[in-house]
Ligand binder design. Sequence first.
Ligand SMILES: [Zn+2]
Length: 391
Amino acid sequence: MSSSTVITNIATLITNDPSLSDTDPLGTVRNAAVVLEGDRVAWTGEASKAPATDNRVDAGGRAVIPGFVDSHSHLVFAGDRTEEFHARMSGRPYGAGGIRTTVAATRAATDAELEANLTRYLREALRQGTTTFETKSGYGLTVEDEARALRIAAAHTDEVTFLGAHVVPPEFAEDPAAYVALVTGEMLDACAPHARWIDVFCEKGAFDGDQARAILTAGRARGLRPRVHANQLTYGPGVQLAVELDAASADHCTHLTDADVDALAQGGTVATLLPGAEFSTRAQWPDARRLLDAGATVALSTDCNPGSSFTSSMPFCLALAVRDMGMTPDEALWSATAGGARALRRDDVGRLAPGAYADLAVLDAPSHVHLAYRPGVPLVTEVWHRGVRVN
Ligand SMILES: [Zn+2]
Protein backbone atom coordinates (compact mmCIF):
# COMPACT_ATOMS: atom_id res chain seq x y z
CA MET A 1 0.00 0.00 0.00
CA SER A 2 1.49 3.35 -1.03
CA SER A 3 1.56 6.16 1.50
CA SER A 4 -1.05 8.91 1.50
CA THR A 5 -0.53 12.64 1.93
CA VAL A 6 -3.04 15.41 2.49
CA ILE A 7 -2.22 18.93 1.33
CA THR A 8 -4.55 21.05 3.41
CA ASN A 9 -5.27 24.68 4.28
CA ILE A 10 -5.67 25.49 0.56
CA ALA A 11 -7.49 28.82 0.08
CA THR A 12 -8.51 27.99 -3.50
CA LEU A 13 -8.21 24.54 -5.05
CA ILE A 14 -8.72 24.31 -8.81
CA THR A 15 -9.69 20.75 -9.74
CA ASN A 16 -11.02 21.12 -13.32
CA ASP A 17 -13.45 18.44 -12.13
CA PRO A 18 -16.78 19.23 -13.81
CA SER A 19 -18.63 16.82 -11.51
CA LEU A 20 -18.20 19.28 -8.63
CA SER A 21 -20.31 22.07 -10.14
CA ASP A 22 -22.79 22.69 -12.95
CA THR A 23 -21.62 26.26 -13.43
CA ASP A 24 -17.87 26.28 -12.70
CA PRO A 25 -15.72 24.37 -15.20
CA LEU A 26 -12.73 24.91 -12.90
CA GLY A 27 -14.41 22.85 -10.16
CA THR A 28 -13.19 25.34 -7.56
CA VAL A 29 -13.16 24.31 -3.88
CA ARG A 30 -12.52 26.94 -1.15
CA ASN A 31 -10.82 26.09 2.16
CA ALA A 32 -9.86 22.85 0.53
CA ALA A 33 -7.63 19.82 0.80
CA VAL A 34 -6.36 17.31 -1.72
CA VAL A 35 -5.28 13.77 -0.81
CA LEU A 36 -2.52 12.09 -2.81
CA GLU A 37 -2.03 8.33 -2.73
CA GLY A 38 1.02 7.03 -4.53
CA ASP A 39 1.21 8.89 -7.84
CA ARG A 40 -2.53 9.64 -8.02
CA VAL A 41 -5.13 11.97 -6.57
CA ALA A 42 -7.34 10.03 -4.13
CA TRP A 43 -9.71 12.71 -2.86
CA THR A 44 -10.52 16.44 -3.09
CA GLY A 45 -12.94 18.54 -1.07
CA GLU A 46 -13.36 20.84 1.90
CA ALA A 47 -10.44 20.55 4.29
CA SER A 48 -12.70 19.84 7.27
CA LYS A 49 -13.96 16.66 5.57
CA ALA A 50 -10.60 15.23 4.49
CA PRO A 51 -9.97 11.58 5.34
CA ALA A 52 -7.09 10.47 7.58
CA THR A 53 -3.70 10.17 5.85
CA ASP A 54 -0.11 9.15 6.66
CA ASN A 55 1.36 12.60 5.99
CA ARG A 56 0.08 16.17 6.22
CA VAL A 57 1.32 19.26 4.36
CA ASP A 58 0.02 22.76 5.19
CA ALA A 59 -0.42 24.96 2.11
CA GLY A 60 -0.60 28.06 4.29
CA GLY A 61 -3.73 29.54 2.70
CA ARG A 62 -2.24 29.42 -0.81
CA ALA A 63 -3.87 28.33 -4.06
CA VAL A 64 -3.33 24.91 -5.61
CA ILE A 65 -3.82 24.29 -9.33
CA PRO A 66 -3.29 21.28 -11.60
CA GLY A 67 0.23 21.23 -13.05
CA PHE A 68 0.39 22.98 -16.40
CA VAL A 69 0.15 20.83 -19.54
CA ASP A 70 2.41 22.36 -22.17
CA SER A 71 1.18 20.60 -25.29
CA HIS A 72 3.51 22.31 -27.79
CA SER A 73 7.27 22.80 -27.50
CA HIS A 74 10.43 22.33 -29.58
CA LEU A 75 13.12 21.52 -27.03
CA VAL A 76 15.54 19.24 -28.89
CA PHE A 77 17.82 21.85 -30.41
CA ALA A 78 21.23 23.46 -30.15
CA GLY A 79 22.43 26.98 -30.74
CA ASP A 80 21.06 30.39 -30.07
CA ARG A 81 19.13 32.99 -32.07
CA THR A 82 19.60 36.06 -29.92
CA GLU A 83 20.86 38.05 -32.91
CA GLU A 84 17.79 37.18 -34.96
CA PHE A 85 15.51 38.29 -32.12
CA HIS A 86 17.52 41.46 -31.65
CA ALA A 87 17.30 42.27 -35.36
CA ARG A 88 13.60 41.47 -35.52
CA MET A 89 12.85 43.73 -32.57
CA SER A 90 14.73 46.37 -34.54
CA GLY A 91 12.34 46.07 -37.48
CA ARG A 92 13.02 42.96 -39.60
CA PRO A 93 9.96 40.64 -39.97
CA TYR A 94 9.99 36.93 -39.04
CA GLY A 95 9.90 34.36 -41.86
CA ALA A 96 9.77 30.56 -41.65
CA GLY A 97 13.39 30.35 -42.90
CA GLY A 98 14.97 31.19 -39.53
CA ILE A 99 14.40 27.57 -38.53
CA ARG A 100 17.32 26.60 -40.80
CA THR A 101 19.76 28.37 -38.49
CA THR A 102 18.79 26.05 -35.64
CA VAL A 103 18.87 23.05 -37.99
CA ALA A 104 22.55 23.70 -38.77
CA ALA A 105 23.44 24.03 -35.07
CA THR A 106 21.41 20.96 -34.08
CA ARG A 107 22.97 18.74 -36.73
CA ALA A 108 26.42 19.78 -35.49
CA ALA A 109 25.64 19.03 -31.82
CA THR A 110 26.44 15.80 -29.99
CA ASP A 111 23.74 13.68 -28.36
CA ALA A 112 25.04 14.77 -24.96
CA GLU A 113 24.74 18.45 -25.87
CA LEU A 114 21.15 18.01 -27.06
CA GLU A 115 20.25 16.02 -23.97
CA ALA A 116 21.80 18.60 -21.63
CA ASN A 117 19.95 21.43 -23.36
CA LEU A 118 16.63 19.57 -23.20
CA THR A 119 17.10 18.76 -19.52
CA ARG A 120 17.93 22.37 -18.73
CA TYR A 121 14.71 23.70 -20.27
CA LEU A 122 12.61 20.95 -18.72
CA ARG A 123 13.92 21.90 -15.27
CA GLU A 124 13.14 25.52 -16.05
CA ALA A 125 9.57 24.64 -17.10
CA LEU A 126 9.05 22.38 -14.08
CA ARG A 127 10.03 25.18 -11.71
CA GLN A 128 7.25 27.23 -13.31
CA GLY A 129 4.65 24.53 -12.77
CA THR A 130 4.73 22.49 -16.00
CA THR A 131 4.28 18.81 -15.13
CA THR A 132 3.35 17.44 -18.58
CA PHE A 133 4.97 18.51 -21.82
CA GLU A 134 4.98 17.55 -25.44
CA THR A 135 8.08 18.11 -27.53
CA LYS A 136 8.98 17.72 -31.19
CA SER A 137 11.79 16.88 -33.55
CA GLY A 138 12.16 19.22 -36.53
CA TYR A 139 15.67 20.62 -36.25
CA GLY A 140 17.42 17.55 -37.69
CA LEU A 141 15.64 17.10 -41.04
CA THR A 142 17.72 14.07 -41.99
CA VAL A 143 16.68 10.49 -41.29
CA GLU A 144 19.39 10.08 -38.68
CA ASP A 145 19.02 13.48 -37.01
CA GLU A 146 15.23 13.31 -36.76
CA ALA A 147 15.31 9.80 -35.27
CA ARG A 148 17.98 10.87 -32.79
CA ALA A 149 15.94 13.90 -31.65
CA LEU A 150 12.93 11.68 -31.01
CA ARG A 151 14.98 9.10 -29.10
CA ILE A 152 16.36 11.84 -26.86
CA ALA A 153 12.90 13.35 -26.29
CA ALA A 154 11.30 9.97 -25.58
CA ALA A 155 13.62 9.49 -22.61
CA HIS A 156 11.83 12.44 -20.94
CA THR A 157 8.19 12.35 -22.07
CA ASP A 158 5.55 10.12 -23.64
CA GLU A 159 4.30 13.04 -25.73
CA VAL A 160 6.82 12.96 -28.57
CA THR A 161 6.02 14.40 -31.99
CA PHE A 162 7.74 13.69 -35.31
CA LEU A 163 8.07 17.04 -37.12
CA GLY A 164 10.30 16.13 -40.04
CA ALA A 165 8.02 18.47 -42.01
CA HIS A 166 9.08 21.57 -40.10
CA VAL A 167 10.72 23.24 -43.08
CA VAL A 168 12.32 22.01 -46.32
CA PRO A 169 16.06 21.76 -45.58
CA PRO A 170 18.45 23.72 -47.82
CA GLU A 171 19.76 20.62 -49.60
CA PHE A 172 16.21 19.99 -50.94
CA ALA A 173 15.45 23.63 -51.81
CA GLU A 174 15.29 22.84 -55.53
CA ASP A 175 13.18 19.70 -55.07
CA PRO A 176 10.71 19.94 -52.16
CA ALA A 177 8.74 16.97 -53.53
CA ALA A 178 11.77 14.75 -52.96
CA TYR A 179 11.89 15.94 -49.34
CA VAL A 180 8.19 15.10 -48.85
CA ALA A 181 8.95 11.65 -50.27
CA LEU A 182 11.77 11.25 -47.75
CA VAL A 183 9.59 12.39 -44.83
CA THR A 184 6.78 10.01 -45.78
CA GLY A 185 9.18 7.16 -46.56
CA GLU A 186 12.53 6.39 -45.04
CA MET A 187 12.38 9.12 -42.40
CA LEU A 188 8.94 8.04 -41.21
CA ASP A 189 10.14 4.44 -40.99
CA ALA A 190 13.02 5.49 -38.76
CA CYS A 191 10.98 7.88 -36.63
CA ALA A 192 7.59 6.21 -36.10
CA PRO A 193 8.84 3.82 -33.40
CA HIS A 194 9.96 6.74 -31.20
CA ALA A 195 6.93 9.05 -31.52
CA ARG A 196 3.24 9.21 -30.66
CA TRP A 197 2.33 12.15 -32.92
CA ILE A 198 3.09 13.52 -36.38
CA ASP A 199 3.02 17.25 -37.10
CA VAL A 200 3.46 19.50 -40.15
CA PHE A 201 4.23 23.22 -40.41
CA CYS A 202 1.47 24.01 -42.93
CA GLU A 203 2.40 27.54 -43.98
CA LYS A 204 3.65 29.61 -46.90
CA GLY A 205 7.41 29.00 -46.98
CA ALA A 206 7.02 25.60 -45.32
CA PHE A 207 4.48 22.97 -46.56
CA ASP A 208 1.26 23.55 -48.53
CA GLY A 209 -2.07 21.81 -47.93
CA ASP A 210 -1.46 18.92 -50.34
CA GLN A 211 2.00 18.22 -48.92
CA ALA A 212 0.67 18.44 -45.36
CA ARG A 213 -2.15 16.02 -46.16
CA ALA A 214 0.27 13.51 -47.71
CA ILE A 215 2.57 13.68 -44.68
CA LEU A 216 -0.14 13.43 -42.02
CA THR A 217 -1.90 10.61 -43.87
CA ALA A 218 1.34 8.66 -44.18
CA GLY A 219 2.01 9.15 -40.47
CA ARG A 220 -1.46 8.02 -39.55
CA ALA A 221 -0.98 4.85 -41.58
CA ARG A 222 2.05 4.14 -39.37
CA GLY A 223 0.09 4.61 -36.16
CA LEU A 224 1.06 8.22 -35.46
CA ARG A 225 -1.72 10.64 -34.56
CA PRO A 226 -1.87 14.00 -36.35
CA ARG A 227 -1.44 17.55 -35.03
CA VAL A 228 -0.79 20.59 -37.23
CA HIS A 229 1.05 23.91 -37.11
CA ALA A 230 -1.78 25.83 -38.77
CA ASN A 231 -2.65 29.39 -39.78
CA GLN A 232 0.19 31.06 -37.89
CA LEU A 233 1.58 33.60 -40.33
CA THR A 234 -1.19 33.69 -42.94
CA TYR A 235 -4.64 32.31 -43.74
CA GLY A 236 -4.39 28.80 -45.16
CA PRO A 237 -5.71 25.26 -45.32
CA GLY A 238 -4.07 23.99 -42.08
CA VAL A 239 -6.97 24.33 -39.67
CA GLN A 240 -9.56 22.70 -41.92
CA LEU A 241 -7.15 19.91 -42.82
CA ALA A 242 -6.53 19.32 -39.10
CA VAL A 243 -10.25 19.02 -38.38
CA GLU A 244 -10.85 16.81 -41.41
CA LEU A 245 -8.09 14.40 -40.33
CA ASP A 246 -9.29 14.49 -36.70
CA ALA A 247 -6.01 15.96 -35.52
CA ALA A 248 -5.86 16.32 -31.74
CA SER A 249 -4.86 19.95 -32.14
CA ALA A 250 -4.45 22.79 -34.63
CA ASP A 251 -1.70 24.98 -33.23
CA HIS A 252 -1.31 28.76 -33.55
CA CYS A 253 -4.73 29.56 -35.19
CA THR A 254 -3.78 33.22 -35.52
CA HIS A 255 -5.33 33.89 -38.95
CA LEU A 256 -8.77 32.27 -39.09
CA THR A 257 -11.71 32.70 -41.46
CA ASP A 258 -15.24 32.23 -40.15
CA ALA A 259 -15.23 28.80 -41.82
CA ASP A 260 -12.07 27.88 -39.89
CA VAL A 261 -13.66 28.91 -36.61
CA ASP A 262 -16.82 26.93 -37.45
CA ALA A 263 -14.76 23.85 -38.30
CA LEU A 264 -12.94 24.04 -34.94
CA ALA A 265 -16.20 24.59 -33.05
CA GLN A 266 -17.87 21.60 -34.69
CA GLY A 267 -14.93 19.19 -34.91
CA GLY A 268 -12.92 17.32 -32.31
CA THR A 269 -9.74 19.33 -32.83
CA VAL A 270 -8.50 21.65 -30.07
CA ALA A 271 -7.36 25.16 -31.04
CA THR A 272 -3.99 25.56 -29.31
CA LEU A 273 -2.94 29.19 -28.99
CA LEU A 274 0.74 30.07 -28.55
CA PRO A 275 0.95 33.72 -27.52
CA GLY A 276 4.69 33.51 -26.83
CA ALA A 277 5.14 33.39 -30.61
CA GLU A 278 3.12 36.53 -31.24
CA PHE A 279 4.91 38.27 -28.37
CA SER A 280 8.34 37.32 -29.68
CA THR A 281 7.58 38.23 -33.28
CA ARG A 282 5.48 41.31 -32.52
CA ALA A 283 2.66 39.75 -34.50
CA GLN A 284 -1.11 39.99 -34.30
CA TRP A 285 -2.57 38.08 -31.31
CA PRO A 286 -4.81 35.08 -31.92
CA ASP A 287 -8.41 35.88 -31.01
CA ALA A 288 -9.23 33.48 -28.20
CA ARG A 289 -12.52 35.24 -27.47
CA ARG A 290 -13.83 34.56 -30.97
CA LEU A 291 -12.98 30.85 -30.68
CA LEU A 292 -14.48 30.49 -27.21
CA ASP A 293 -17.66 32.33 -28.16
CA ALA A 294 -18.05 30.00 -31.15
CA GLY A 295 -17.75 26.97 -28.85
CA ALA A 296 -14.25 25.76 -29.78
CA THR A 297 -12.00 24.08 -27.20
CA VAL A 298 -8.94 26.25 -26.60
CA ALA A 299 -5.55 25.24 -25.17
CA LEU A 300 -2.64 27.52 -24.27
CA SER A 301 0.94 26.44 -24.71
CA THR A 302 4.42 27.95 -24.90
CA ASP A 303 5.72 26.83 -28.33
CA CYS A 304 9.07 27.05 -26.53
CA ASN A 305 11.75 27.16 -29.25
CA PRO A 306 14.91 29.18 -29.79
CA GLY A 307 13.60 31.19 -32.74
CA SER A 308 10.05 32.47 -32.44
CA SER A 309 9.05 31.92 -28.79
CA PHE A 310 11.90 31.33 -26.37
CA THR A 311 9.81 31.11 -23.22
CA SER A 312 9.14 27.99 -21.15
CA SER A 313 6.72 29.89 -18.92
CA MET A 314 3.08 28.83 -18.95
CA PRO A 315 2.22 31.59 -16.42
CA PHE A 316 3.61 34.16 -18.86
CA CYS A 317 1.51 32.78 -21.74
CA LEU A 318 -1.55 32.71 -19.50
CA ALA A 319 -1.06 36.38 -18.57
CA LEU A 320 -0.73 37.35 -22.25
CA ALA A 321 -3.92 35.45 -23.08
CA VAL A 322 -5.83 37.36 -20.41
CA ARG A 323 -4.37 40.75 -21.27
CA ASP A 324 -4.40 40.58 -25.06
CA MET A 325 -6.52 37.68 -26.32
CA GLY A 326 -9.81 38.25 -24.54
CA MET A 327 -9.65 35.31 -22.15
CA THR A 328 -10.91 35.53 -18.58
CA PRO A 329 -8.44 34.40 -15.89
CA ASP A 330 -10.59 31.28 -15.37
CA GLU A 331 -10.63 30.40 -19.07
CA ALA A 332 -6.88 30.93 -19.38
CA LEU A 333 -6.12 28.65 -16.44
CA TRP A 334 -8.43 25.95 -17.80
CA SER A 335 -6.81 26.19 -21.24
CA ALA A 336 -3.28 25.94 -19.78
CA THR A 337 -4.16 22.78 -17.82
CA ALA A 338 -7.27 20.84 -18.92
CA GLY A 339 -7.11 22.39 -22.41
CA GLY A 340 -3.55 21.18 -22.89
CA ALA A 341 -4.60 17.72 -21.74
CA ARG A 342 -7.40 17.72 -24.35
CA ALA A 343 -4.87 18.77 -26.99
CA LEU A 344 -2.92 15.62 -26.08
CA ARG A 345 -6.10 13.53 -25.78
CA ARG A 346 -5.29 12.80 -22.13
CA ASP A 347 -7.67 12.68 -19.19
CA ASP A 348 -5.15 11.63 -16.52
CA VAL A 349 -3.42 15.04 -16.39
CA GLY A 350 -4.62 18.65 -16.32
CA ARG A 351 -7.11 18.02 -13.54
CA LEU A 352 -7.09 17.13 -9.87
CA ALA A 353 -9.83 14.56 -9.51
CA PRO A 354 -9.68 11.05 -8.02
CA GLY A 355 -7.72 8.79 -10.36
CA ALA A 356 -5.80 11.55 -12.12
CA TYR A 357 -2.04 11.88 -11.69
CA ALA A 358 -1.02 13.85 -8.60
CA ASP A 359 0.60 16.67 -10.61
CA LEU A 360 0.03 20.09 -9.06
CA ALA A 361 1.47 23.52 -8.38
CA VAL A 362 1.16 25.57 -5.20
CA LEU A 363 0.99 29.32 -5.87
CA ASP A 364 2.27 31.94 -3.46
CA ALA A 365 -1.11 33.66 -3.78
CA PRO A 366 -4.64 33.01 -2.53
CA SER A 367 -6.05 32.35 -6.02
CA HIS A 368 -5.10 31.51 -9.61
CA VAL A 369 -6.23 35.00 -10.70
CA HIS A 370 -2.87 36.27 -9.47
CA LEU A 371 -1.17 34.49 -12.39
CA ALA A 372 -2.51 37.26 -14.67
CA TYR A 373 -2.91 39.93 -12.00
CA ARG A 374 0.80 39.71 -11.06
CA PRO A 375 2.45 38.97 -14.43
CA GLY A 376 6.12 38.08 -14.47
CA VAL A 377 6.20 37.29 -10.75
CA PRO A 378 7.43 33.77 -9.88
CA LEU A 379 4.29 32.69 -8.01
CA VAL A 380 4.80 28.93 -8.36
CA THR A 381 6.39 27.98 -5.03
CA GLU A 382 5.96 24.20 -4.96
CA VAL A 383 5.55 21.63 -7.69
CA TRP A 384 4.38 18.05 -7.14
CA HIS A 385 4.81 15.50 -9.93
CA ARG A 386 3.31 12.01 -9.71
CA GLY A 387 2.70 12.50 -5.99
CA VAL A 388 6.24 13.61 -5.16
CA ARG A 389 7.33 17.13 -4.34
CA VAL A 390 9.94 17.97 -6.99
CA ASN A 391 10.43 21.71 -6.48
ZN1 LIG B 1 5.73 25.18 -32.91
